[in-house]
Structures are given as C-alpha cells and as structure tokens.
Design a protein around this ligand. Structure first.
Ligand code: ADP
Ligand code: MG
Length: 272
C-alpha cells in the first residue's frame, strides 16, 4: 500500500509504556498535525517514524516495506532547536547531507558532483529565503532564519516524509506566520508527506489536512506512568464540520488537560 502504515505499535522505555496500540494509515501527500499533552510520547512517535527508535511491538511500513533500520534520506527531520551545526556556514549546513551521501569515503565532493550539489543547495536556500545569507554562521541568524535553514537542510535531501517536532514553537508570532506560509508552499510544491507535532492547537488546525490527538485512554492517578498513550482522535480537517465536532472538543479537552502526578509526601507540611 502506498503511504505510511503503522500496525499495532507499542513503545516502552525499559518497563515504562509510552505508546500503545497505535494504528494509522497515512496516504502520501498528507500534512498530519499531532497534538497531545507534554510527555505523552509525540517526540518518541516521530523518532520511531524516523527510524531512530525501534518499536517494542508492531511495525511501521513505508510504501508497503518495513521501515529501514537506520534513519535514511527518505525521511527528513526538524526539531524545535539545535538542528543546525553551529560550526558550519549556512551553505555548509545545507551541503553537509549531500556530501555525506555522495562522498562516503572522502567527505568531499569534486568537479561536476560538487557543482550539482552546490546548485541544489543554493536552490533550496533560495526557496527558504536565505539566498543572501549563505556565508553566515548560525549564530548570526535570527531564530526564524535558523529554522528556515533547518528546513532547507532537511529538504535538500529530497525526503518523501518531513518530520517536524514543534518547529515553530520558539518563534515570535509574526515569524511563525511566515513559516506557516513557507511550509505550506514547500509541502505543495514538493508533494511531501508531513508529520508536525505542535502544542499550538490553532497551528494544528490551520496547517493540517488531518489532526491526530495523542492521549492516555487509561489513567492510573496513583501511577501516571502505568499506561501509554494512543491516538484517541483522528480527524480530517478539510471538511467544514471538522472543527465543530463535540467528540473532538471532548478529545482535545482531555488530551490537553495538564495532569498532575499525585502529590508526593514531601509536598505535605511536616509535623514533627
Ligand atoms: N530515551 C528515553 N528514555 C527513557 N524515557 C524517555 C526517553 N525519551 C523520552 N522518555 C519519556 O517518555 C515519555 C514521552 O516522551 P516524549 O516522546 O518526549 O513526549 P512528548 O514529545 O509528547 O512531550 C516521557 O515521560 C519521557 O520522559
Ligand atoms: Mg516532544
């Protein structure tokens, strides 16, 4: 089947369950936004899709084939911060993946291969609006420029799937809006499949073609780590009624509600 399939996926860190019973089919070309309380396993889910983590149980298939055991060039990732290398220039950051890919032995590109890589890197910088900044180092860039660089670095490898982990969370509202327009344009132009985790519900609704809510359907107040999270709501966003469903409102209210661990003994006043 074309697209991405997640079948019966569970993830545990040691004895601690984080994700359970995840079932998902995402056809190529969707822009899937993911919301859920902090700590419910959203980043872990992206790392599973990236191939950086192995599921404890279950499978992830890309176009019907088991996901490669290593992160590969068909998947690109952008984190909230620190995705770019501070010791490389803007151009160097975008070239890096191409260099590692093409020149496994020498780490350098020569002649025609280098010219092709340079022109691809520069085209990508142009697409994200950093054409005039190629000689700068990340320290000289604003937060928004750094995230545009991180996106260019991921996209120059021409991945089929782009994974974004709260990529705009640290940006000011104006810059975030520009980034939304950029992401939408690149997604459409390149025909990408995108998974984007966000803690901003408006962003999730505005950008996605589909919204996933991650939450723990089972919750033990005595032991908040007893159970893992799963997809409690899976909503296509391009229908007018999508935003007004009472089930969605309930799912969001549950997922976004901060849950506190039970008060530990030390929080109670001591009576000697
Ligand atoms: N490498 C790890 N080893 C052990 N526990 C981890 C590891 N990474 C994350 N966790 C724990 O797994 C849970 C889910 O983390 P994460 O996927 O980062 O959640 P989210 O991105 O939704 O905030 C958290 O309780 C976190 O502390
Ligand atoms: Mg996270």
């Amino acid at each position: 089947m074309s697209g991405l399939d997640v079948n019966g996926l569970w993830l545990r860190y040691g004895a601690t369950p984080v994700l359970e019973r995840i079932e998902l089919h995402v056809p190529a070309g969707e822009l899937v936004t993911i919301v859920g309380a902090s700590g419910c396993g959203k980043t872990s889910f992206l790392r599973l899709l990236l191939g950086e983590l192995k599921p404890t149980r279950g499978q992830i298939l890309l176009d019907g084939k088991l996901l490669a055991a290593e992160p590969g060039r068909e998947r690109g990732v952008v984190f909230q911060r620190y995705s770019v290398y501070p010791h490389l220039t803007v151009l160097g950051n975008v070239l890096l993946g191409l260099e590692l890919d093409r020149a496994r032995f020498t780490g350098h590109l020569f002649g025609r291969t280098r010219r092709v890589a340079l022109s691809r890197a520069r085209a990508m910088l142009e697409a994200v609006g950093l054409a005039d900044d190629e000689a700068k180092y990340p320290a000289a860039l604003s937060g928004g420029m750094r995230q545009r660089l991180a996106i260019a670095q991921a996209l120059v490898m021409e991945p089929a799937i782009l994974l974004l982990d709260e990529p705009f969370g640290a940006l000011d509202p104006g810059t975030r809006k520009d980034m939304h327009a950029l992401l939408t344009a690149l997604w459409q132009r390149l025909g990408l499949t995108v998974f984007m985790v966000t803690h901003d519900l408006h962003e999730g609704f505005a950008l996605g073609t589909r919204l996933l809510v991650f939450d723990k359907p089972r919750w033990d107040p005595q032991d908040p780590t007893a159970y893992g999270a799963t997809i409690t709501y899976d909503l296509p966003l391009r229908s007018p009624e999508a935003h007004t469903s009472p089930e969605l409102a309930a799912a969001l209210a549950s997922a976004m509600r901060p849950r506190r661990a039970p008060a530990s003994v030390s929080q109670f006043p001591h009576h000697p």
